[in-house]
Design a protein around this ligand. Structure first.
Ligand code: B12
Ligand code: SF4
Length: 529
């Protein structure tokens, strides 16, 4: 076997490219003779993208090009790459003052230009890489995967050249088969111009591989720029502790990308991986799991891992993760604090139990509050980001008042300065229950382009329906006017001023029966994190 694999991580904010690192590690463990090189465009200045890619190809002369594409969607609630997309959209849709509307439209143009510019740039880079690599190996094989490709795999065939293999989800077993010269038909992939993506391809289960500690001595050998991520002390380096999420939250795509079956990476292997990074000076870790504690039955796994981290003596680390705060116990809370969890996000979406149930999120808001109290009692004193998505289906002034009451209770527990409300509006994603709901209700039609950022599509994908749509538009615009640097808190303040606050008990109570139990899917906001 004389394959030479070049992993090209396409341009991205400097987030540690854990996906290609894990792929290269896996390939090494299966095929020790294969030569590999990692090239991360996330560490290259934009004007250098093309020439730097050429140089990497000239030097390495790959036979396989692996392109990893992390993110495309930029419905971020705060300053995105070309500005604040949410603010621009709201200014166009809801501002009364024509000058503000114009400003929003111009801002929107800027965001669209940045968005389409990045899409075309990545497309060009892939083409350029293939043409260059063919100089040395006319049969070069090209595979494209990564988070963005998994979400938009159906649209990718319109961007990429014939013969490119488009991969959905994890790439380990696909690369293994390719290198073994085996048929890849059964893998979660298709070939541009040769095969079509199977119906419901993304719903197929990933191969159950067992992950061991990544070998960073090897990674450092094949990745000359590895040190880039060691130099800055504020990078959170990705470490995966498990894959998959069993839940059904209506807006979420992780549960199909990673699958519903939770696969735990052995705690000793996770700690061994962290230790290698720790010995290289890393102190900040991001557990990149879809959910760090996906359900109560995984609490013992989280306890085992955190206890082992503690026993390993890595006592000065900080870590963050997505955490369902309904799955905590006092023991776990204590371990979280002792091991250095210094940030976490609670994605409750609404402070009204009635709405939380309608969105099928499976949360009990009362339990979340109790667990937060346990966390505080265990000594947690860092920042909590609480994700709210207003205007889900059936939102009323009463449910907004309930969300305000819930939020104030979280502030009472952690301290107002420690709880940051992150306000999102729906970013509709393909292959979610929410998309089905939108089809069923004629909001979008099958065949729509989920990657479009054209104003008429964007307005539907960024969910804020009437009758409350204009109300929220107005409130958000007022908040940006009054206090753009503390948008979330300002929104909460305005809502409370205008509508008041419900009794906490009302927020926590959702009478069983009636509509709430029998109604099908409601809608939610994706933060597309
Ligand atoms: C953890 C996470 C974060 C963390 C990252 C922390 C860190 N330091 O690493 C935080 C919170 C910072 C984050 C932020 C954002 N994220 Co994020 N994040 C994730 C999450 C949950 C896991 C990503 C991860 O690291 N997984 C573990 C590694 C090992 O997997 P991986 O990189 O995907 O690689 C595997 C496969 O993709 C595949 N693969 C990768 N490359 C290739 C290439 C080939 C050829 C093949 C065959 C396979 C392959 O194999 C790899 C190994 O199995 C995913 C959702 C998900 N469940 O995948 C979203 C996700 C990647 N994020 C996404 C987005 C959009 C963002 C944001 C831009 C959100 C925003 N609007 O602000 C921000 C900013 C990111 C940036 N670049 O600046 C999107 C990207 C797709 C899209 N919609 O455009 C995802 C998919 C979520 C979603 N809802 O769609 N994120
Ligand atoms: S939102 Fe979180 S808990 Fe719900 S399905 Fe997605 S990853 Fe799982």
């Amino acid at each position: 076997m004389n394959s030479k694999i070049l992993y090209v991580r396409l341009p991205c904010n400097p987030i540690f490219p854990i996906g290609v690192v894990y792929l290269a590690d896996w390939v090494r463990k299966q095929f020790s003779e294969v030569q590999q090189r990692i090239f991360d465009l996330g560490t290259v200045p934009p004007l250098e993208f093309g020439p730097a890619l050429d140089r990497a190809i000239d030097e390495f002369q790959p036979t396989v090009l692996v392109f990893s594409w992390r993110d495309i969607q930029i419905y971020a609630p705060v300053g995105g790459r070309g500005g604040n997309p949410l603010q621009n959209a709201f200014e166009v849709y809801y501002a009364k003052n024509p000058l503000i509307r114009l400003r929003g439209a111009l801002g929107g143009l800027k965001v669209s230009a940045a968005y389409y510019g990045e899409l075309w740039r990545n497309k060009r880079l892939i083409h350029r890489g293939i043409v260059r690599a063919k100089r040395y190996n006319p049969q070069v094989q090209t595979v494209v995967g990564g988070g963005a490709v998994s979400v938009f795999y159906e649209q990718m065939q319109n961007l990429l050249p014939k013969g490119t293999i488009i991969s959905v989800g994890e790439g380990e077993s696909l690369l293994e088969k390719l290198l073994n010269g085996k048929d890849i038909e059964g893998e979660r992939c298709y070939v541009v111009g040769e095969t079509q993506p199977r119906d419901r391809l993304i719903h197929e289960w990933p191969a159950p591989i067992e992950k061991s500690a990544c070998n960073y001595d090897y990674i450092q050998q094949i990745w000359p720029e590895f040190d880039y991520y060691l130099q800055e002390s504020d990078f959170y380096i990705g470490v995966q502790t498990k894959r998959g999420c069993p839940h059904n939250c209506c807006y979420c795509i992780y549960t199909v990308v990673e699958g519903k079956q939770v696969r735990i990476n052995p705690a000793d292997e996770v700690v061994a991986e962290m230790r290698q990074l720790y010995d290289r000076g890393i102190r900040n870790f991001w557990f990149t799991d879809a959910q760090f504690i996906p359900a109560r039955k995984f609490i013992p796994d989280a306890v085992e891992l955190l206890q082992k981290i503690l026993d390993s003596g890595m006592t000065d680390i900080r870590w963050a993760a997505y955490i369902r705060a309904d799955n905590l116990t006092p023991e776990l809370c204590e371990l979280m604090v002792k091991t250095g969890m210094n940030y976490f996000e609670i994605g409750i979406t609404s402070g009204s139990q009635k709405l939380v149930r309608k969105m099928r999120m499976g949360y009990n808001l009362r339990t979340v509050l109790q667990n937060c109290r346990d966390l505080k009692a265990a000594g947690f004193n860092a920042l909590v980001s609480v994700n709210y998505s207003f205007n889900v289906i059936d939102e009323t002034f009463e449910t907004i008042r309930q969300t305000v009451a819930y939020h104030r209770e979280l502030e009472a527990i952690f301290g107002a300065d420690k709880v940051e409300p992150a306000i999102f509006f729906i970013g509709l994603q393909p292959h979610t229950h929410l998309e089905e709901y939108a089809f069923d209700n004629n909001i979008i039609k099958p065949g729509y382009n989920p990657m479009s950022l054209m104003p008429w599509t964007a307005k539907k994908l960024l969910w804020n329906p009437e009758p409350l749509g204009s109300f929220f538009g107005e409130v958000c615009l007022q908040a940006w006017r009054q206090n753009p640097n503390d948008f979330g808190r300002e929104v909460m303040g305005i809502l409370e001023q205008r509508l008041g606050r419900a009794d906490l008990e009302d927020a926590l109570t959702a009478p069983l029966g009636g509509k709430a139990r029998t109604k099908p899917l409601a809608t939610a906001l994706s933060n597309n994190r």
